[in-house]
Design a protein around this ligand. Structure first.
Ligand code: SF4
Length: 374
């Protein structure tokens, strides 16, 4: 039986996001690490590598597939109620101790993370998404930037079939990968984990590329929503939340900011769980800094109005939610408030067709094969 690394090394093809340096090394631009890779070397992500002068990148598999409410990504201002066909590959360019997707993201770093890759091709993924009545298809579960070529191959077919496309990402991008993705990615969730570069270095990154990604995506007219998992003692100081939310508001006060509750996971089990009061306090800071759409997540029914969308002009309720579930929907077909006609920022479907509840879904073994099992 092959090891996971051996299996994944076979499931590759030559990528596009790299240059050959004068000294013969390759420079990868899929994420903000911009790894210089000599012959035979593998990147920080552990899935892209230099093989005889070509950058080999992940191809032809998924680490998991599931249909989720789009609210779970979370996108609150994009096709509410839609089912998002969600797929991931394996690996990540960061190594966050509290990762909630560590089984797939850390599959190549942590022997305890066991996630067998499943053979797939773009056509069958898109057909499955349509069969499930998905409205969107989203690359998530691991860091999609490091598998951008594969995501674009899937999204090309998805867009031709009329699906919206999205990334759920840590935002550690480069100008080059964002230009590459721009024609194919409609929605982009950035996980803004902190506003302190020292914290980002603990997680294996730098804050600079992440802030640059947020600015560029907004300037490119990609729909952006931002999530911050509020971790007591890590990123919840008033000063840090002030600077973080000031930054988001400086890019656009219309970017939705989701502040979500931490619970112990993976290697970070020390901090206490985030309380509703902590989320409400963070939301107050965000609103005071001018953000118009602030949401508190992971504690359904405990955060008052912070699960709902209200019109930024007249305050009327536009979308009522309980957790991921939509209880009320009043946005007009052209994306406006029915009371005052103010435009509501987002990507709205012409009408709300009800919500398809979450249904866990793994491709049936008849159509997909677990790689390494043959
Ligand atoms: S995706 Fe990022 S970590 Fe992986 S090889 Fe490219 S630059 Fe390095």
């Amino acid at each position: 039986m092959s090891t996971l690394a051996e299996v994944l090394a076979r499931e590759t093809r030559a990528g596009e996001l790299y240059d050959t340096l004068p000294d013969g090394r390759l420079r990868c631009y899929a994420c903000g690490h911009c790894c210089p890779l000599p012959e035979g070397a593998i990147g920080v992500c552990k899935v892209r590598f230099n093989e005889r002068g070509r950058l080999m990148v992940p191809w032809g598999y998924v680490g998991g597939v599931q249909c989720d409410p789009i609210e779970k990504k979370p996108f609150f201002h994009a096709h509410p109620g839609a089912l998002a066909y969600s797929f991931g590959m394996l690996g990540c360019d960061l190594h966050c101790g509290y990762c909630q997707n560590w089984v797939t993201s850390q599959a190549l770093r942590d022997p305890a993370a066991v996630a067998p890759p499943i053979e797939a091709d773009p056509d069958s993924l898109v057909r499955d998404a349509l069969r499930q009545h998905a409205r969107a298809i989203v690359s998530t579960y691991n860091e999609p930037l490091i598998t951008s070529e594969w995501a674009v191959a899937v999204f090309e077919q998805a867009k031709a079939a009329g699906l919206a496309t999205g990334f759920v990402s840590n935002g550690n991008g480069t100008p080059r990968v964002l230009e590459y993705l721009r024609p194919w990615v409609d929605l982009y969730k950035v996980d803004l984990k902190s506003f302190d570069d020292r914290h980002y270095r603990e997680l294996g990154g730098r804050i600079g590329p992440i802030l640059d990604t947020i600015r560029r995506l907004h300037a490119m007219d990609v729909w952006v929503e931002i999530v911050t998992l509020l971790i007591p003692g890590f990123n919840d100081s008033r000063d840090e939340l002030m600077r973080l939310t000031e930054f988001v508001a400086s890019v656009s006060p219309d970017i939705p900011w989701h502040v979500t509750a931490f619970h112990g996971d993976y290697k970070m089990t020390g901090p206490p769980n985030t309380t509703a009061e902590m989320l409400l306090g963070a939301a107050d800071i965000a609103r005071a800094n001018g953000l118009r759409f602030v949401y508190a997540g992971n504690l359904p029914g405990m955060v008052g109005d912070l699960e709902n969308t209200r019109c930024a002009s007249c305050g009327d309720l536009l979308i009522g939610r309980y957790g991921y579930h939509i209880r009320d929907y009043r946005i007009t077909p052209d994306g406006a408030c029915p009371s005052c006609a103010a435009r509501v920022p987002g990507r709205w479907s012409r009408r709300f067709d009800g919500q398809i509840a979450s249904r866990p879904f793994l491709p049936g073994s008849r159509r997909f094969t677990i790689l390494g099992s043959r």
